[in-house]
Design a protein around this ligand. Structure first.
Ligand code: SF4
Length: 538
């Protein structure tokens, strides 16, 4: 078959959105009232100390309140590990951010006021410039089921088709634990789609995975719409070539760079998921293949797989990664091996050249919770750095196997579901020239006079992929490594000030009251022993 014939065949195959699989969750019209739903379980959620770190209690409460199926699905999609409690921001922020970034989408939170305050603050800190909806509750509205009626009323008020394509309702920890049945909301009001999701911190370990909870729910809805008939066309005319959907939030220049590399293969870059508009979901589903650039989008991948789309893991990162990825994408889309080889020959020398022009020397530990940690580590190693430790808060999935194997072959230890303690231990033991990590890791490294860079703001906010990404990290990384002497001077200057028991602001000379800590420690140990004796979780 010639290239032209193959292109025609690919266009024919992918132009039809024909899906397979279980259709039992087709959206139904018509409202369902909460009195048909499960019993609310208020008592089990009102004890002392519930919140981010009360996972077991909240999980048990949610199961008792009829959320067993939801918990089972979350546990399968986002398996827990040592990092099974929020150790960074509230996971629900991931879903909230996806909703807030979409055009014509209203996003509403249902949860404790303190959680909603934090999530709203974080949203605006990251420049949301959109309203965060909130349906407040109190003990009475929670226990009587009135909260669900309030949510339902809010949804009906919001569902104006002139303003919105979709209204998203996110159950946080307490409403999930008490069984607020968002699944009983109407699936559609006046043509506005209603998406209710449970995103409890005790079921979704990271905010990265929470992005997948909403993206997966939207893809499932859009897939069933496409199965039932014609759907809204994209806002802008797309390439006539078969497209590759990009899964994961990447730097804006990366899809452009990927599109340049896909051109010679006869393909084009499709939308990035999570999408910025509802109608892009149809285009995302109508692809030749899906590039799982971020490997933790389990629910989204399930939807694409159900739609019959091939999934390709890893990403075009550095020389080796780009070579393998072009081959895998080309093969998944039925491109001739000679065309794949010609495309590799066109771009790989440029990547090698860019890496050689921007070398990095030094030992770097790397940790984060964005899901792109393994890709960044690959780029650092190909730039010349020694990277002995890579920690990611995200779970191991088949879509990052190629990256893990490549890194392990280069001597790196890859820690999935890394806890903060593991990330800190790596910095202490390995004494790197630079620590890239989350805020507490950066803080610890700097206190040891080790230069450090915050992963989210300084590393993942750069292009990483293809020719554009090669060499993009060298400037910031080399500048940080070169600042070692400045950190040593600061450490010497501040040495002994405000550390340990003397930390903080004192009106008198600080005194160590370690006897208080010892007393509370003994009380906590006695309480744990008593719970153990009574057969309760310790
Ligand atoms: S909703 Fe978020 S902030 Fe609130 S208790 Fe759950 S994990 Fe913590």
């Amino acid at each position: 078959m010639s290239l032209d014939d193959r292109d025609v065949e690919l266009v024919r195959r992918t132009a039809e959105v024909v899906y397979e699989g279980d259709h039992s969750n087709l959206p139904s019209d018509g409202a369902v009232h909460c009195k048909n739903g499960p019993e609310f379980n208020l008592a089990s959620t009102l004890g002392d100390g519930l919140g981010c770190h009360a996972g077991n209690d909240m999980r048990a409460a949610a199961a008792a309140a009829g959320k067993s199926e939801t918990l089972k699905r979350l546990a399968a999609d986002y398996p827990r590990g040592p990092h099974d409690q929020p150790q960074s921001m509230c996971p629900a922020f991931g879903s909230l951010r996806v909703g807030l970034r979409m055009r014509r989408t209203a996003t509403v939170l249902s949860g404790s006021a303190c959680c909603v305050y934090g999530l709203t603050f974080t949203s605006h800190f990251y420049g949301a410039r959109r309203t965060v909806g909130y349906v407040p509750f109190n003990s009475e509205t929670l226990v009587t089921g009135k909260l669900f009626e309030d949510i339902r009323e809010a949804v009906f008020k919001l569902a104006d088709p002139a303003l919105y394509d979709a209204v998203v309702i996110i159950n946080l920890c307490v409403p999930t634990a008490s069984g607020v049945p968002l699944q009983l909301l109407p699936k559609e009001i006046n043509g506005v789609r209603i998406i209710g999701i449970d995103v409890p911190g005790f079921g979704v370990p990271t905010h990265a995975e929470a992005k997948d909870v909403l993206a997966g729910a939207m893809l499932a809805y859009a897939r069933t719409e496409a199965e039932r008939g014609p759907v809204q066309a994209p806002r802008e005319k797309l390439s006539d070539r078969p497209s590759v959907t990009l899964l994961g939030e990447v730097f804006p220049a990366d899809p452009v760079g990927i599109g340049l590399m896909l051109g010679p293969l006869g393909l084009s870059a499709g939308p990035a998921v999570p999408t910025r508009e509802w109608r892009e979901l149809y285009v995302a589903l109508d692809c030749a293949a899906v590039a799982a650039l971020h490997p933790f989008y389990t629910a989204s991948i399930r939807e694409f797989t159900t739609a019959g789309r091939a999934i390709v893991g890893s990403a075009p990162v550095g020389y080796d990664g780009t070579a393998t990825w072009l081959d895998a994408i080309g093969t998944a889309c039925g491109i001739a091996s000679t065309t794949i080889a010609a495309t590799q020959n066109k771009f790989l020398p440029a990547i090698r050249g860019a890496l050689a022009k921007a070398p990095i020397k030094g030992r770097i530990t790397l940790s984060g919770y964005e899901g792109s940690e393994l890709l960044v580590a690959r780029l650092l190693i190909e730039s010349g750095a020694d990277v002995p430790y890579v920690g990611t808060a995200c779970p191991r999935t088949p879509w990052s196997d190629a990256d893990r194997e490549w890194l392990e072959a280069k001597g790196a230890h890859v820690q999935y579901r890394a806890s903060l303690e593991q990330d800190l231990a790596a910095v202490v033991e390995l004494q790197p020239d630079l620590a890239i990590g989350t805020t507490p890791v950066v803080q610890k490294a700097k206190s040891m006079a080790i230069p450090a860079l915050y992963f989210t703001n300084l590393i993942s906010a750069r292009p990483l992929l293809g020719v554009i990404g090669a060499g993009s990290l060298a400037q910031v990384v080399n500048a940080a490594i070169a600042s070692k002497a400045r950190f040593e001077r600061m450490k010497n200057f501040f040495s002994g000030i405000g550390e340990g028991f003397a930390a903080g602001i004192w009106e008198a000379a600080p005194r160590d009251h370690s006897e208080f800590r010892d007393r509370y420690k003994r009380q906590v140990e006695r309480a744990a022993m008593a719970r153990k004796t009574q057969g309760e979780p310790v």
